[in-house]
Design a binder for this molecule. Structure first.
Ligand SMILES: Nc1ncnc2c1ncn2[C@@H]1O[C@H](COP(=O)(O)OP(=O)(O)OP(=O)(O)O)[C@@H](O)[C@H]1O
Length: 227
């Protein structure tokens, strides 16, 4: 699905992400983890052309995405849900969903069944939603987009614990239908329980890439410990 080889990126001359090798297959869920400031967001931004790609290669579904052509990612099936959730603030909840829906696509998971607010607040301007509500709308938009790779930054930021479970369940559900999911989060525990693999970054590099199992959990806890 997505494959990175020695990807380097940052802002102008400043290198933040260094030599990242990473791949994710269809139907796989990967938790991208690391302490604050280790480069997770910058890696996602580099992939999607929002930070500068300074080296390395990137391919999606077997096709090379050259530097400066990030629009190919959307065309070939990848969606990024950024930290600000990427919703259109002046449009209503219903309009946001409608705009994101790929024509003729019926998602395997109906976001209206997972997130009642999509129905309850369908006429409300998305800009007036709380952070957690925007989050739910953003996830719903990603689900109905019909894309085959969904990347979510700061997955649980601003969400109530009950909604966190719903969001994780929704992502696991769409992964079961063949969608590849990459999720970044500060709180690793719940995400690790639901992910096939964990990738941990430290100082812009990948320092762990492996299955999320009870055997690897100790090493992951050590890598993610703050202090
Ligand atoms: N727009 C920017 N211009 C220059 N440097 C930046 C910019 N955004 C982030 N950085 C720097 O890049 C480094 C990595 O930040 P990044 O946000 O990618 O980390 P992160 O792992 O996502 O952290 P967090 O979980 O806190 O968001 C930090 O040192 C940060 O100061």
């Amino acid at each position: 699905m997505l494959e990175l080889h020695e990807l380097c990126g940052g802002y102008g001359q400043a290198a933040v992400v260094r030599d990242v090798d990473f791949r994710i297959a269809a139907g796989e869920t990967v938790a991208l983890l690391g302490r604050n400031g280790t480069g997770k967001t910058t890696l996602l931004r580099t992939i999607f052309g929002l930070a500068d790609r300074q080296g390395g290669t990137l391919s999606l579904a077997g096709r090379t995405v050259p530097p400066g052509r990030p629009e190919l990612l959307a065309r070939w099936g990848a969606a990024l849900m950024p930290e600000d959730r990427g919703v259109f603030p002046s449009l209503t909840v219903a309009e946001n969903l409608r705009l994101a829906t790929r024509k003729g696509f019926v998602p395997a998971v109906d976001p209206r069944e997972i997130f009642p607010l999509l129905t309850e607040r369908h006429q409300q301007a998305a800009g007036t939603l709380s952070g957690g509500q925007k989050q739910q709308l953003g996830i719903a938009r990603a689900i109905v987009s019909g894309q085959s790779l969904i990347v979510v930054d700061e997955l649980t930021q601003g969400l109530q614990p009950s909604v966190v479970r719903d969001v994780l369940e929704a992502l696991t559900g769409i992964a079961a239908t063949g969608v590849a999911v990459v999720a970044v989060d500060q709180h690793a525990g719940l995400l690790l329980d639901r992910s096939h693999r964990a990738v941990v970054m430290e100082a812009g590099r990948v320092v762990f890439d492996g299955p999320s199992t009870p055997q690897t959990r100790e090493e992951l806890d050590r890598l993610l410990a703050v202090g």
